[in-house]
Ligand binder design. Structure first.
Ligand code: URA
Length: 248
């Protein structure tokens, strides 16, 4: 018999969602244990003994964890189901029987590295601000930002009335009247990169995420994915050398 575990931990481990999100799911009375709705936090269950349902669907103990890095193309929504019927990121996954969900989101018009997993604990670790996981983006912006503007992105600019945390910015090249810039941030506010460049007066024309930590896209092309190893996962958390090379 397995040991009792907290309900939200069991749900996260079973791949329902991140632990935080599972707490919200419990709070919103969507979970039943042996037929009774549970909304209080802290309840423990014994996997395999009690019957746990979310939205009327039985949740079984942890599936094998899978970790996938997808090159999300532009025009796909970062979700596992879209009520508006737009193309979704999971449509690329073939022969993946586990129920994986995206770690964070990329805008509809953003492309690049998107991690998908059924490991709720890892999702939480990557998204939790205290872990400061770096994300690196390649950004095409309108015009030619001046050095002081780029420097202000590094020290922090005001976005939604709050200064952004220190970032690393690298000017790559001038493309006609526009600029290709690499930026590494560890916050994950909504539309953050676009808002940061908007704040210095250089709107984003296109945006691509190159890496989580030191885990880069490698040879992936839009719509392709690869399964990750434990070593790959470790790269996500290795913040020592910031990702600088193009597509490596
Ligand atoms: N920042 C943005 O503005 N958009 C994204 O999709 C990701 C980061």
């Amino acid at each position: 018999m397995e040991k009792p575990v907290r309900l939200q931990k069991f749900l996260a481990h079973a791949g329902v969602a991140s632990r935080r999100k599972c707490e919200k799911i419990i709070e919103s009375r969507r979970v039943q244990v042996d037929g009774r709705t549970v909304s209080a936090m802290g309840i423990k269950i014994t996997p395999g003994k009690e019957r746990v349902m979310v939205d009327g669907k039985e949740i079984t103990a942890a599936e094998e964890h899978v970790y996938i890095l997808l090159y999300k193309p532009k025009g796909y929504v970062t979700t596992v189901a879209d009520p508006q019927g737009r193309p979704i990121v999971t449509s690329f996954l073939q022969n993946v029987k586990e129920r994986v969900f995206p770690v964070g989101r990329l805008d509809l018009d953003t492309e690049g590295a998107l991690l998908l997993t059924n490991d709720g604990e890892l999702t939480q670790a990557i998204l939790h601000p205290s872990n400061e996981v770096f994300k690196t983006y390649e950004v095409l912006v309108k015009g030619l930002p001046k050095s002081p503007d780029l420097h202000s992105l590094e020290t922090g600019v005001m976005v939604d009335d709050k200064k952004t945390s220190p970032a690393k910015v690298l000017f790559k090249e001038k493309i006609q009247q526009n600029s290709l810039i690499q930026i590494t941030i560890h916050e994950g506010r909504k539309r953050q990169v676009k808002k940061m460049f908007q704040a210095i007066g250089h709107p984003v024309l296109s945006l691509k995420r190159l890496a989580y930590g030191n885990l880069g896209l490698g040879n992936l092309t839009p719509g392709k994915y690869r399964f990750l190893t434990k070593n790959d996962i470790n790269l996500i958390f290795s913040n020592k050398s910031l990702y600088k090379q193009k597509n490596s």
